[in-house]
Design a protein around this ligand. Structure first.
Ligand SMILES: *Cc1c(COP(=O)(O)O)cnc(C)c1O
Length: 343
């Protein structure tokens, strides 16, 4: 048995082996039986399309042990639907929503001893992944696919607490093309963002704030997360053909509306950053990470978002509300949680 005697409150956002993963293969035009595996490796053809032509898509979601001891998976259905869109985007076989949900629940159940306890700030990160498996040297979609779900416990994203960080703008990089793969959760998008991301980290920034790849006029994706800002009491977030529709952003927008905050999904011209009172990056890993300053490295402009270095009031409220729903501390009025019975 693998070690689950972990220092829950101090886990990083890394990979810790768990007991099982679940797998399913699409072959001869149909999905097979769900297999439970204890192996951390896969056996694949050296000419598989995932390796040569980037037929690889994934998801990321979390399970939490709640205040009442129950285990909740946050927005399972939304992630199931999104991977279908990603599959269509790069001509892979879509995983049926019901199969996706069943496999995620099974992976969580099988590894329940790795779900961090309530109060630790940690959670069980769930990583569904699909790969094109058949041998092709000509550029063609695969006819065989494998879909797998692995899980790993992860710590609170903010090692130093919920504190704003600085992000930067660098025009010499785009992570995706207009009408390209940015709308889908494709591994290649991450490869395309590594060079800029590592450069930004080396310069002390937590992420790159990309501009729209068509005109470089509007704010786009914030590294591997969606960008949002608070301007005159409104929640604004980019409408763009090149960003991934974040489930977290979608949830925060709903919570904002619930609180009576107006939500605008629209183009955000770069210059508007001088008029915002709060900003943040949102995604499953961190929920919302507040932004202190945005530095435009090409012209030296500095947008000082947080004057006192503290997270903004509305950002903090939204963050706390979402966390409380995930942890079962507040009512789940939108039915976002899937409670996993029997663990
Ligand atoms: C996964 C991801 C996000 C965040 O999406 P969530 O569903 O909120 O986790 C945002 N942008 C990119 C590029 C991503 O890959």
């Amino acid at each position: 048995m693998r070690d689950n005697n972990l220092d829950w409150a101090h886990l990083s956002f890394g990979y810790i082996p768990t007991d099982y993963n679940v797998r399913c293969t699409f072959k001869d035009g149909k999905w097979g039986e769900i297999e439970v595996s204890q192996s951390e490796t896969i056996n694949m053809h050296i000419a598989a399309t995932a390796l040569h032509y980037g037929q690889e898509i994934f998801e990321g979601l979390k399970a939490f042990r709640g205040a009442d001891g129950k285990v909740r998976i946050f927005r399972l259905e939304e992630n199931a639907k999104r991977i279908v869109e990603s599959a269509k985007g790069v001509m892979m076989e879509p995983v049926p929503v019901e199969l996706f949900k069943k496999m995620v629940v099974e992976a969580v159940k099988l590894n329940s001893r790795f779900i961090p306890p309530y109060g630790s700030g940690a959670s069980l990160y769930i990583r569904p992944i699909e790969l094109g498996m058949s041998a092709q040297i000509g550029v063609n979609p695969s006819t065989e696919y494998v879909f797998m779900v692995l899980v790993t416990p992860v710590g609170p994203y903010f090692k130093e607490g919920f504190k704003p960080t600085n992000i930067c703008i660098m025009r010499e990089y785009d992570r995706v093309a207009p009408k390209g793969t940015g709308r889908w959760k494709v591994g290649g998008n991450y490869a395309a963002s590594l060079d800029a991301g590592v450069k930004a980290h080396d310069l002390g920034y937590s992420a790159v704030l990309y501009l729209d790849p068509r005109e470089k006029k509007y704010v786009d994706e914030c590294g591997p997360a969606n960008f949002f800002a608070i301007k005159d009491g409104k929640y604004i977030t980019p409408a763009s053909e090149s960003i991934l529709p974040s489930v977290t952003n979608n949830s925060i927008m709903q919570l904002a509306r619930d609180m009576g905050i107006a939500v605008e999904e629209r183009h955000i011209p770069l210059e508007e950053l001088s008029q915002i009172q709060e900003a943040g990056a949102c995604g499953t890993a961190a929920v919302a990470s507040p932004v202190a300053e945005i530095h435009d490295l090409d012209n030296g402009t500095k947008y000082i978002v947080s004057k006192d270095g503290q997270p903004g009031e509305i950002t903090t409220k939204l963050y706390n509300r979402l966390r409380a729903i995930q942890l079962g501390e507040e009512p789940d009025t939108h039915g976002w949680n899937t409670i996993v019975e029997g663990i």
